[in-house]
Design a protein around this ligand. Structure first.
Ligand SMILES: [Zn+2]
Length: 431
């Protein structure tokens, strides 16, 4: 099934019941304490509005996929939502700001573990991922000048828009956020003038969180081949990446979600521009050109950092950071990497099955009957990941000891497995 949750993800389109219950209880208590009068009457009518909004949200029918319903081509099977400015429940902005309770900061021990390259995100229950993601973000002091209540609402809203895909789920989004956070700190440690603009850092980490919003679990190539309406909408250029960023930024049009709302409009516009560029940079088809530009800039100008007196633009390094984070799984310790690998192969095979059933050429690594997983990983690491991490290591040498060495050891592991598999295939040794 292309949409693993059978299209029922809309049912999760509500804030966690406990969080809402607490907020409503707080409001009811506040109303009870108020003396009779106009203010009390207004608060009571707002409470009635909240109750009726919640009721209609719970009773509404499954979301109509308006983009998909425009056409009857097989691609309409792909489940996506058009970008919308609507949040999940339409609470009035003033009430929402007053009522939203942000999660506590991460306990010191958990905060310390999330800063380790080998933190195992698979151990965290899915229900705790939004709070963890928010907690990792606000560990960065750059977030202090932003509206954290709205940021928390925004993280939740974005999390509801991720599907329960085997790989491209909110768990992957949190993983990329944590990795981006790790690499950001490494760059800041290494270069005293790099990544010092708070807005840039926040744009980078938030973009990491929403970089795959509403991912349908198939690749761009599938949407293009099947002439999916999204491919037509975005002229076959970075179709999914355009959709992710457009969906995520549309939500920021809702004031109670706009965590940047306190900044001057010009600064907000600049941050949106950075976030768009960063998410578009995650399209792997741009990988070779971006890496070439980065490596070329380092060999021409040196690696003395960014900002005043530095030689590279912050924005160029940030693109490398989000790209490296997006494909960081093979650089994690082997069991963690293998867990991610199982998910991505499930997605690839589901796409291959769909392509076979539609009589389309099966995309690379998607044919469950012919793919060698170890050989695919060797190719992926050697030609895509290793050059990127080697480039980043030149700029941030501290990555050598943990990150790049783990990547090399995983490459060696899969090279041996691929060679064994090849020998078995040609009958040179037993299984
Ligand atoms: Zn991704």
């Amino acid at each position: 099934m292309l949409c693993p949750d059978g299209g029922k993800w809309w049912q999760r389109n509500l804030l966690p019941a406990t969080s809402l219950d607490n907020s409503i209880r707080t409001l009811e208590e506040a109303i009870a304490r108020k003396p009779e009068g106009d203010t009390k009457r207004k608060m009571q009518s707002a409470l009635r509005l909240i109750h009726s909004t919640m009721q209609s949200a719970q009773q509404r029918p499954p979301h109509e996929d308006t983009i998909a319903s425009l056409t009857s081509i097989p691609a309409a099977l792909i489940h996506v939502r058009p970008p919308t400015m609507q949040g999940t429940i339409g609470l009035d902005a003033a009430w929402t700001d007053a009522l939203v309770q942000t999660p506590p900061r991460l306990p010191p021990e958990l905060a310390r573990r999330t800063r380790s390259w080998h933190f195992n995100l698979h151990e965290i229950p899915a229900t705790e991922l939004p709070a963890l993601c928010y907690g990792v973000m606000i560990e960065h002091p750059e977030f202090e000048r932003f509206n954290l209540r709205r940021l928390w609402r925004y993280v939740q809203e974005v999390s509801y828009r991720y599907h329960d895909n085997p790989f491209h789920s909110f768990r992957h989004a949190v993983d990329v956020t944590i990795c981006t956070s790790f690499l950001t700190r490494a760059v800041q440690r290494q270069h005293e003038r790099s990544f010092r603009n708070a807005n840039l850092v926040v744009a980078l980490i938030v973009a990491a969180m929403f970089h795959d919003t509403d991912h349908p679990g198939v690749m761009n190539s599938y949407l293009v081949k099947t002439r999916h309406p999204l491919a037509l909408l975005y002229n076959e250029q970075s179709v999914l990446e355009n959709h992710h960023v457009s969906t995520a930024l549309a939500l920021l049009e809702q004031p109670e979600l706009n965590f940047m709302g306190g900044l001057p409009l010009e600064e907000q516009r600049e941050m949106r521009g950075w976030m768009i560029d960063l998410v578009l940079a995650t399209d792997v088809t741009t990988h070779v050109a971006s890496l070439k530009e980065f490596v070329g800039a380092m060999s021409e100008h040196g690696t003395s950092g960014t900002g005043a007196g530095g030689t590279l633009p912050d924005t160029m390094v940030m693109k490398m950071v989000i790209k490296a984070s997006d494909i960081s799984n093979p650089a994690r310790s082997l069991p963690i990497f293998e867990e991610w690998m199982r998910g991505i192969m499930q997605e690839f095979y589901a796409q291959g099955d769909a392509e076979r059933s539609l009589g389309l050429p099966i995309s690379m690594n998607c044919d469950r009957h012919t793919v060698s997983i170890p050989a695919a990983q060797v190719g992926f690491i050697k030609f895509l990941i290793m050059p990127l991490y080697n480039g980043l290591e030149e700029f941030v040498p501290e990555l050598r000891s943990v990150v790049c060495s783990t990547l090399e050891s995983n490459l060696a592991h899969f090279t041996v497995l691929a060679a064994q598999q090849k020998l078995v295939a040609v009958g040179c040794c037993g299984p």
